[in-house]
Structure formats: C-alpha cells, structure tokens
Design a protein around this ligand. Structure first.
Ligand code: PRP
Length: 207
C-alpha cells in the first residue's frame, strides 16, 4: 500500500479534520498524545500526518512535500495553488465578508480603503463592482484597522460574527462562502490515485 503524506492545518480546524480522517479509517494514535511533535505516522493505516500553518498547507501540497492536505477555500482562492481540489469536506464553514463600523456610510465617489489578509480576493471582488479601492494588506487582527482609521472597511473571514460584534463592526456584504477542501498534488495523484481516491471516498462517506 502507498504511504500517504498528509498536511493538516494546525489549530481548531485541524483537530476536526483529523477526527474525520480517523473516523474514515485513517487513525494515528501518536497524534492524539499531548506533545509538540509535528510529524506522526501510522504505517499500518498507510498515513504520515504533519501539522502545518493553515495558510501553508497548499504550499506543501503544490510542491509535492505532501500528497494531499486540507486547506480552506479562502487560501485556495487567494493563492491559486496548482493543485487538484478533490472534495468539500463540509467542515470549517464560514464566509468571506466586507465588514464596516456600524456608523460607516460609503461614499461611492471616493476611493475605498480596504484592510485585509486577502488582497487578491478583495481586489477581485471590487473589480467586479468597478470600484476603486486602496488595499492595505495586514496579517491579522484586521478588525482593528477601521477602528483606528487605518481603513474604511475590512475584507475578512466571519465565522460566528462575534469578533465583529465585540469590536463595533457589522458584516455588510458576503463575498463567498468558505469551507475546508481536500486537495492533492497533481503529479502525486497520478502515482497514488488509487489510495487517494479511496481516502477521498471514505472521507466523503463520513460527511
Ligand atoms: C479569524 C478572522 C476573524 C475571526 C472571525 O481570525 O480573521 O478575526 O476569525 O471569527 P468569528 O466570526 O467567529 O468571531 P483568526 O482566528 O484566523 O485570527 P487572525 O485573523 O487575527 O489571524
């Protein structure tokens, strides 16, 4: 049996994703122990898992360091990696939104200042509206930008809406719904398609 190298997104989503893999018949007892290791394997199940930063999963898969991985649709849209998107796992549901302070009134004649971690998604969205914007690329805590006057609005991920609410912002428009996707390296898939297809089928059966 082929050994599959699987990149999992470290963090809350990753734990849900691992539980899905386990239920699908790909357990790895070592990963469930409390420790700081990042690579775990279970030769009996034919899997080697590694934890990487969620935004790096697609890089490992695109370059073939991982055969498959799980990445958010947000990352796939933003970076456009050359990978196969095999399945929507139906986990990690959230949406990419435009959000603004509750009292913000847009002036369409002015350039809109948009703070975001997702400049490509934001640029594509506003281009589709023929709206001129100034993108301010940040790395996190985007909600602070309009509060401090750094931007007018933000383009960011909204899950429960709690972060927006607690910072005096509100969602204004939904750009695209997001969920976790199973992705595969293109070359690896041609060699390991039997085991990758089996994995994909079993994961979908658990949805
Ligand atoms: C994401 C997103 C929001 C928050 C939304 O942040 O950027 O800040 O989650 O979740 P909510 O709607 O349930 O409140 P993340 O945890 O990825 O941190 P960062 O953006 O600050 O890096």
């Amino acid at each position: 049996m082929d050994m599959l190298n699987i990149a999992l997104p470290k963090g809350r989503l990753g734990e849900k994703v691992y539980r899905r893999f386990k239920a699908a018949g790909y357990p790895c007892p070592a990963i469930e122990e409390e420790n700081r290791k990042l690579i775990f394997e279970n030769p009996a199940a034919g899997v080697r898992y590694f934890w990487v930063k969620p935004s790096d999963v697609a890089i490992y898969v695109e370059r073939g360091a991982a055969d498959v991985g799980v990445a958010g649709k947000d990352i796939l849209l933003e970076y456009g990696p050359q990978v196969y998107e095999l399945a929507d796992l139906g986990l990690g549901h959230c949406r990419m939104c435009v959000a603004a302070p509750r009292d913000f009134r847009d002036r369409p004649d002015r350039v809109l200042r948009v703070a975001t971690k997702f400049p490509r998604i934001a640029a594509g969205y506003y281009a589709s509206l023929s709206r001129d914007i100034d993108i301010i690329r940040l790395n996190g805590s985007i909600e602070i930008a309009p509060i401090l006057g750094l931007s007018d609005v933000i383009v960011d991920i909204v899950e429960t809406g709690k972060t927006l609410l607690e910072n005096g912002l509100e969602p204004r428009e939904t750009i695209v719904p997001i969920s976790a996707r199973l992705i595969a390296n293109r070359v690896g898939y041609t060699f390991k398609h039997l085991s990758i297809d089996r994995l994909c089928r079993r994961l979908e059966e658990q949805a």
